[in-house]
Design a protein around this ligand. Structure first.
Ligand code: NAP
Length: 317
C-alpha cells in the first residue's frame, strides 16, 4: 500500500478497440480516468516521493474501471430498432441497466437477441400511446429496480400526409404516440425518477424549418420540444434535467420510405456530406444520460450534420 504522501503518476494502457487506445498516456491519478467502454485497464505507475518525503517505487496492477453510466437504470421507449436500439447498445456498453419497449413482440425478441446483455436488459412490450401499458411498464420497473436514473422518450411515428389529407384518425394516431405518449411516459416516470436524474425527449430537426408535407409530424415534435423546456423548469427543484434531441436525416426503419435512388438529394442538403446513423444519435444520448452533461438543461441538441444551421451549397469564396 502507498502512503498518502506519494504523488502517483500513471501510465494507462487499454485492452480494446483501437479508438479506445488513444487515451492519455501519462496523467496524475487525481481522479478516475473516464472510460467509455467496459474494459480492463492496466495501470503501471511510478511512485514519486513528494518533496521532503520517503522514496518512491514501481508497481503495476490490473483494475476494472467504473463506467460512465454504471448501473444507471435507463428506460428507452421504442428501443427495438433505429435510434432506440443503437442507444440501448451504447448505454449497455457504458455500464447501464436498460429497459427497452416496443409494440411488436418479434422486434422485441430480435432486439434482445442482438443486444445479448443477459439480465442487464429488460424488454417490455408496451404501446407508448396506451396509458395502461405505460402504467404496467412503470409498475414492472418499480418492482424490479425501485427507481429510474434515465429516461429516453424516443418512440415516435412519421406522418408525411399533406394537411388536407390528414384525417382525425391519423391526427390521433400521430399525436397519440409522438406527444401524448411522450407526455405520459414522463409523467408516470416522475415518481420513480430519483433526484438528479436525466430525461431526454426525441424531437426532430423539422421543428426548426417549415418544409414539405409534414405539418402534423413537425407540430407534434414542436410540442415535445416545448415539453422538455417546461418540464426542466417544473422538475428543477428535484435537480432532474430534461433536454430534447433533434435528429436530422437518420437512416432507420423510418427512413425506409425514401427510395435509395432519391437519397442523394437528401445528402446534398447536409453539410456533413452524408446521412446520419442511429449511432450518431446514441452518442449524444449517452452524453445527456451522463454527468458529463450535468450543466445542460432545458436544451435542444440538433444532431443533423448541419442540415438546419449550415448551407452546404454556398461555401465562402
Ligand atoms: N429517422 C429520422 O430521420 C428521424 C428524424 C428526426 C426524428 N426522428 C425520431 O426518432 C425517433 C426514433 O425513430 P427511428 O428513426 O429510430 O425509427 P424506427 O427505427 O422506426 O424506431 C421507432 C421505434 O419506436 C417504436 N414505436 C413506434 N411506435 C410505438 C408505440 N406506439 N409504442 C412503443 N414503441 C413504439 C418502434 O417499435 P415498434 O414499431 O415495434 O413499436 C421502434 O422501436 C422517433 O421519435 C422519430 O420521430 C427520426
Amino acid at each position: 500500500m502507498l502512503d498518502s504522501s506519494f504523488q502517483i503518476i500513471c501510465t494507462v494502457s487499454v485492452d480494446g478497440p483501437a479508438s479506445l487506445r488513444r487515451r492519455p498516456a501519462r496523467s496524475p491519478c487525481t481522479r478516475p480516468t473516464p472510460f467509455t467502454t467496459r474494459t480492463t485497464v492496466h495501470v503501471h505507475w511510478g511512485a514519486q516521493p513528494l518533496p521532503g518525503t520517503a522514496e518512491g517505487g514501481d508497481a503495476s496492477l490490473k483494475v476494472m474501471t467504473s463506467e460512465r453510466l454504471d448501473n444507471r437504470i435507463s428506460l428507452i421507449t421504442g428501443g427495438t430498432t433505429g435510434m432506440g436500439l443503437a442507444t440501448a447498445r451504447r448505454l449497455l456498453d457504458e455500464g447501464a441497466q436498460v429497459i427497452i419497449t416496443g409494440r411488436d413482440q418479434e422486434r422485441l425478441d430480435a432486439a434482445t437477441l442482438t443486444l445479448d446483455a443477459g439480465d442487464r436488459l429488460l424488454p417490455v412490450r408496451a404501446d407508448a400511446s396506451n396509458i395502461s401499458d405505460i402504467d404496467e411498464l412503470m409498475t414492472t420497473i418499480g418492482e424490479r429496480y425501485g427507481r429510474l436514473d434515465f429516461v429516453f422518450a424516443n418512440a415516435g411515428i412519421l406522418s408525411g400526409r399533406s394537411t388536407q389529407d390528414v384525417t382525425e384518425e391519423e391526427f390521433d394516431r400521430v399525436v397519440g404516440v409522438n406527444f401524448k405518449g411522450v407526455y405520459f411516459t414522463v409523467q408516470k416516470a416522475i415518481p420513480l425518477l430519483h433526484d438528479g436524474a436525466s430525461v431526454v425527449l426525441n424531437a426532430s430537426w423539422t421543428i426548426y424549418l417549415g418544409r414539405g408535407t409534414n405539418a402534423l409530424y413537425s407540430a407534434s415534435k414542436a410540442a415535445v420540444h416545448n415539453l422538455a423546456r417546461t418540464l426542466a423548469s417544473e422538475l428543477a427543484p428535484r435537480r432532474i434535467r430534461v433536454n430534447s434531441v433533434s435528429p436530422g436525416y437518420i437512416v432507420t426503419r423510418m427512413f425506409d420510405g425514401v427510395p435509395v435512388e432519391e437519397r442523394g438529394a437528401y445528402v446534398a442538403e447536409v453539410a456533413a456530406g452524408r446521412l446520419g446513423t442511429p449511432e450518431d444519435i446514441a452518442g449524444v444520448i449517452a452524453f445527456l444520460a451522463s454527468d458529463d452533461s450535468a450543466y445542460v438543461n432545458g436544451e435542444d441538441i440538433l444532431v443533423d450534420g448541419g442540415r438546419v444551421a449550415v448551407d452546404p451549397l454556398r461555401p465562402m469564396e
